[in-house]
Design a protein. Structure first.
Length: 182
């Protein structure tokens, strides 16, 4: 099976790390974190300053490493398909380099990493790479991908969406689904 997987908030806890650095930045600026996120310039400044750090330090989700390792050892192909853009960070590294290093550090071995994929573009990428199953935390992407006939699981470990089908809340459920549908 060719399995496409989103990265941020699916494999790793990105929102938590963004919030952590948003607090630090806001405090430094004597601002409220919400005011930063609602101001285009401040938001841009914040991400320019911290995005590299966030992607380097973000924590992996429970069971993700071992499930992905098992899926790969059973012959599945793993494609990371993410909206991350390959910009150059403040420290002169590219987002792709940081992402590759992070995956290696967390012992996640994949067949391919595809950046800049969101919404319709993500759906087209899934089709192009003949993805059999996509795992995704963003309901907008879930909808775009499902609509063109590609099976997608909505990964929702914070249980925000509560769909009835195609709904998983942790990595062991992902594995169970794949084993059942081989
Ligand atoms: Mg995501």
């Amino acid at each position: 099976m060719r399995i496409g997987i989103d990265l941020d908030d699916t494999i790793c806890k990105t929102t938590e790390t963004v919030h952590k650095y948003l607090e630090i930045y806001s405090e430094k600026k004597h601002l409220n974190p919400l005011d930063v996120m609602n101001d285009v310039d401040l938001k841009e400044e914040f991400f320019d300053e911290y995005l590299g750090k966030i992607y380097e330090e973000v924590e992996i989700k429970k069971d993700a490493q071992k499930v992905l390792k098992r899926l790969k050892s059973r012959g599945n192909k793993i494609y990371i398909i993410t909206a991350r853009k390959d910009a150059i960070t403040k420290d002169g590294k590219t987002i792709l380099e940081i992402t590759k290093e992070w995956l290696q550090k967390n012992e996640i071995f994949v067949n391919k990493i595809i950046l800049s994929s969101y919404g319709d573009k993500k759906a087209i990428i899934c089709k192009k790479y003949l993805i059999d199953l996509m795992i995704e935390d963003d309901p907008y992407n879930y909808k775009k991908i499902s609509t063109i006939g590609i099976k997608c699981l909505l990964f929702d470990d914070r249980e925000k969406f509560n769909l009835k089908e195609d709904y998983v809340t942790n990595w062991l459920e992902v594995e169970k689904y794949i084993e059942r549908n081989r």
